[in-house]
Design a protein. Sequence first.
Length: 218
Amino acid sequence: MTSLENTQIDINTKRIDQICAAAPVIPVLTFDNAEQAIGIASALVNGGLSVLEITLRSEYGLTAIKQLKQALPQAIIGAGTVLNPSQYQACIDAGADFIVSPGSTAELLQFGSQSTVPLLPGVASVSEAMQAMQLGYRRFKLFPAAVVGGVDTLKAFAGPLSELKFCPTGGIKPNNAADYLALNNVMCVGGTWLTPKSLTDAKDWHAVHQLALRAAAM
Ligand code: 3PG
């Protein structure tokens, strides 16, 4: 084993690989209360989507992470929309299994490279990926995937950045998810389509479960 393979960032890369191998789709979720968090997360996990990204876009986000870690011990609970090290630390304290950011700052990348809770940093360009590669990162969220060129961009990245793998998010839907998942440099995809507002407003957890079953079979 070389010294490089012993570094925290390489351990984190392996952990991200395990997490992303657990399900083809990571639902991106924003919760406002416990009933919603438990109802929706249970429907998704029971439908086969065992990896969830709970965003900090609502005030309830951190509490939701704490609750779901207790209520669904079989699930892998990530924290999303993490923008800085202090939010990162708060998510670790809440029990998050991994951290996702929509983009990358030098501060966040530095913090994540030394944390035992792995970071899946967002990038939208080759240059951003190259910056993070200097710290050892090899796994990324491509965001907003559809806006920055989607499948064609990922195919183009595969040439010069052949050791990188991505979780594209942003604009992924049931009708294009399979195109992304077919790429060698895609580990899994993320998205909000499993929880449309019409279903969450109606508290139709059964319909969410049905969407999860379909996504898990991809
Ligand atoms: C994210 O943060 O990953 C996105 O908001 C998900 O994008 P989507 O709503 O297009 O799935």
